[in-house]
Design a protein around this ligand. Sequence first.
Ligand SMILES: C[S@@+](CC[C@H](N)C(=O)[O-])C[C@H]1O[C@@H](n2cnc3c(N)ncnc32)[C@H](O)[C@@H]1O
Length: 156
Amino acid sequence: MRRKWDKKEERYFGIGIYRPKTQENLGTLWRTALIYKASFIFVIEAKYNKKSSDVMKAWSKIPLFQYETMEAFLSTVPYSCKLVGIEMDKNAVPIKDYTHPDRAIYLLGSEDHGLPKELKEKCHDLVYLPGDNSLNVAVAGSISIFDRINKLGLDD
Ligand SMILES: C[S@@+](CC[C@H](N)C(=O)[O-])C[C@H]1O[C@@H](n2cnc3c(N)ncnc32)[C@H](O)[C@@H]1O
């Protein structure tokens, strides 16, 4: 007999940064992603070198995908998965009102220039976090993950 899927089993998320400038920010985000059960993380137009400071060996537990171009990244967005841009943008909705999709890829921008227009245009949703000034990118990603698990649950 076929087992009936629980709605909660139809969820996953990944998170990544377009052109991250520092390895530390990526490492910090990776650790949050690991602890809060992301399926993968990624970088676009950047490289990551393993750090000795990564005490949790996050690289051995969830995969990091490295896309050479925006186009390469966009060509891999899975079926029935929403691309969610985390950005301070006039078209973004406040995260407190946001209903996270069951399947989502969260996309953050570079420390210097944020998300480029071409990528923002490809996002299904744009979401912003409160505050007059921009947060550190790893902090913005970690808060967004927290909001997701707070609303959808971590294990349940
Ligand atoms: C340091 S910010 C980029 C600031 C950049 N100088 C700019 O003006 O666009 C790096 C990334 O963190 C995320 N971020 C920071 N603060 C945010 C906020 N309040 N809401 C949503 N995303 C935020 C965004 O993904 C942003 O691209």
